[in-house]
Design a protein. Sequence first.
Length: 96
Amino acid sequence: MKQTKLTKEARGRDCQVRIPGCPNDTETTVFAHYRLAGTCGTSMKPNDLQGAWACSYCQDRIDQRAKCELTRFDLRLYHLEGMVRTIDTLTREGKL
Ligand SMILES: [Zn+2]
């Protein structure tokens, strides 16, 4: 994925998704876009505020690559709350 000024901010950050068991491995943190009908699709990608800083543990669960007890709905909520925390941090730092 193409990195932008905002998505680059994810590097080395605390994981904001925090799915139970999250090790907060900041070395693996990247910006994980939140895909939502109407905001992204074949010719449209989500904007760079629509997503959360997520460690590889949480990304694997959000993308359903790793087995997880949580429902898809719960995982969406974790991702969404992570997005709110990410935007909050960027706002506090005066980067938005
Ligand atoms: Zn995590």
